[in-house]
Design a protein around this ligand. Structure first.
Ligand SMILES: *Cc1c(COP(=O)(O)O)cnc(C)c1O
Length: 552
């Protein structure tokens, strides 16, 4: 549904799209023959405006599609509510470290042949209502397969669904099987044939992250399909078209995105065999210029082979510190220019950049302001935030407002900045410029999290709740620090206080003293972040696991 190619193309909202982009970039590096399909999102995932009180409003981002992408001659068609909709697509090619190319196809229905309303279906990412979303998913799933065929990709061996938004592709593959056999009715052999071709990655244990549509809506939009009548167990249970179940039922391999998330998913979906492949990020994309230059000098070949980042341990500490200082200066300059918050390069800088969703608990650090001020009095702190709330997420918007209120209250003692329009560019700046990357999700809701992996590539250790990837990535005091212990955090208010207290303890007793009074050992943690985590939590390792475990 979303894929992040470049900051100047606002075709993604967050982790899901960035991961899709990183997967494609890794495929290009590793010469894995892959093509990607997504929607165009002509109006982008909104421009974020924050008023002086921190209240978010949204504006569409118009971007020059024709300048950034190449239009393809192929056309496809889908039927929505009995109407024929023409689909075209635009291509972007991702170039790998060795020159191999992987195309990304952006589907577009904004064509004069289509009706006014239909033309809007590839305008807004996660906009509109259920009906709008379902129509988009027909374009993505069914239109996607047909477009691939129209472009001459007839012999695709594996279809990898990145979440349930693309699950309708399974219906199209079923119809293809039946057609090929000269039938109209779908048989169990067809289902087995499609399952052999499909792979499904589930990304979230949050129910709101799952697409479910009332069956009567689905029938109205899609028309009568056998999958919604006599083989109804394919699509879920009762009167719901559940895209997760549809994707599961038509895949031979299903995975969660970290080991813990695999466990949680097996508990949520007990009838399915669910594996785990822990996410990774594309190293070159997320490594800041100063570190790229450092790795080029000390670890030649790291661009093609991210595993070799393990040799970072032999880079002289002073050079690592200088590369970090370079990234930090860029961030502080940007923050001071944009917001005038008077941040200083010597001060311990905490970074927190992620979607403003309530389960991510961006305000946990502010649970006890007096305590936070005492900590900052012993060793100065400054905090940089960024993140968009989904336009319909009031809770997320309140969270941003609360951060603005806290800034009013403590900004004199603890400079706080909120950068607008969190995107790949802001993400890069922050994950390279902070001294410590903070993450405080409410377990077990952070399926993986990936921004801490970007930080690790830039020698920035994480201070995080043990959830998602951090359960695997945290070696206490060596790659960063845990807040609490695995499985101890939960969702009620008492646990929130306890998680906050544990966060303050770790900051006060470990992180702040280490940063100000034992810089050599702090830099040791930075080196191990790169060598142990940068070398593993990258998209090269992730894609190799997909190739071995899922694709073949
Ligand atoms: C990496 C990234 C994310 C995902 O980060 P999480 O740690 O999973 O929250 C979201 N948005 C942008 C712009 C990113 O670069």
């Amino acid at each position: 549904m979303e894929l992040a190619v470049a900051p100047e193309m606002p075709t993604y909202s967050g982790g899901l799209g960035v991961l899709a982009g990183d997967t494609v970039r890794a495929a290009a590096d590793l010469k894995v023959p892959m093509v990607a399909v997504t929607l165009l999102h002509r109006k982008g995932y909104f421009h974020q405006k924050l008023d002086p009180a921190g209240w978010q409003t949204e504006e569409p981002v118009e971007w020059p599609v024709e300048e950034r992408l190449e239009e393809m001659p192929g056309r496809a068609e889908v039927v929505l509510e009995g109407r024929r909709i023409l689909v075209r697509c635009w291509r972007h090619e991702v170039h790998g470290a060795g020159g191999f190319r992987v195309p990304v196809y952006f589907l577009d229905v904004d064509l004069p042949e289509n009706s006014e309303w239909d033309r809007t279906l590839t305008h807004y990412l996660y906009g509109g209502d259920l009906h709008y979303r379902l129509c988009q998913e027909v374009v993505l799933g069914i239109g996607g397969v047909r477009m691939l065929r129209a472009l001459g990709h007839g012999a695709i061996e594996r279809f990898h669904m990145n979440e349930g938004h693309a699950s309708l592709l399974g219906l199209e593959l079923l119809d293809e099987e039946a057609r090929r056999a000269g039938r109209t009715a779908i048989t169990h052999e067809d289902v087995e044939a499609v399952r052999r071709k499909c792979v499904f990655t589930t990304h979230t244990p949050v129910p709101a992250g799952r697409d479910q549509f009332p069956l009567d809506l689905a029938k109205r939009v899609l028309g009568e399909h056998q999958a919604m009548s006599d083989i109804k167990d394919l699509i879920c249970c009762g009167d719901v078209l559940d895209m997760t179940f549809l994707g599961f039922n038509l895949s031979h391999y299903i995975n969660g995105v970290a080991k813990k998330h695999g466990e949680i998913s097996r508990l949520m979906f007990t009838r399915y065999n669910i594996d785990a492949i822990t996410n990774g990020v594309h190293a070159v994309t997320w490594t800041a210029p100063a570190f790229q230059e450092l790795y080029d000098r000390y670890i030649p070949g790291w661009r093609q082979d991210n595993f070799s980042l393990r040799y970072a341990l032999s880079i002289p500490r002073q050079e690592v510190w200088q590369a970090h200082a370079h990234g930090k200066r860029r961030l502080i300059q940007q923050v001071n220019q944009a917001i005038g918050s008077g941040m200083k390069e010597e001060v311990l800088t905490i970074g927190f950049g992620r979607r403003a969703a309530t389960y991510k608990r961006a305000d946990l650090l502010f649970h006890d302001l007096e305590r936070l001020k005492r900590i900052a009095a012993a060793g100065p702190l400054q905090i940089v935030y960024a993140g968009k709330a989904h336009p319909q997420d009031q809770g997320g918007k309140e969270l941003i407002r609360k951060i603005f209120q806290v800034r009013e209250a403590v900004g004199r003692d603890i400079p706080i900045a909120y950068l607008v329009d969190y995107d790949m560019e802001v993400g890069r700046l922050m994950t390279a410029g902070a001294d410590v990357w903070l993450n405080t999700p409410q377990p077990p809701l952070e399926a993986s999290g990936t921004s801490g992996m970007k930080a690790a590539l830039n020698g920035v250790p994480s201070l995080s709740i043990l959830d998602g990837w951090w359960i695997e990535g945290c070696i206490e005091g060596l790659t960063g620090w845990a807040i609490g212990v695995d499985g101890a955090s939960a969702s009620d208010e008492a646990d929130r206080s306890r998680d906050a207290a544990l966060l303050y303890d770790k900051l006060e007793q470990v992180v702040v003293p280490l940063f100000y009074r034992d810089r050599e050992r702090f830099i040791d943690v930075m080196l191990h972040s790169i060598a142990l985590n940068g070398s593993f939590f990258n998209a090269h390792r992730m894609l190799q696991q997909y190739v071995l475990k899922a694709y073949f």
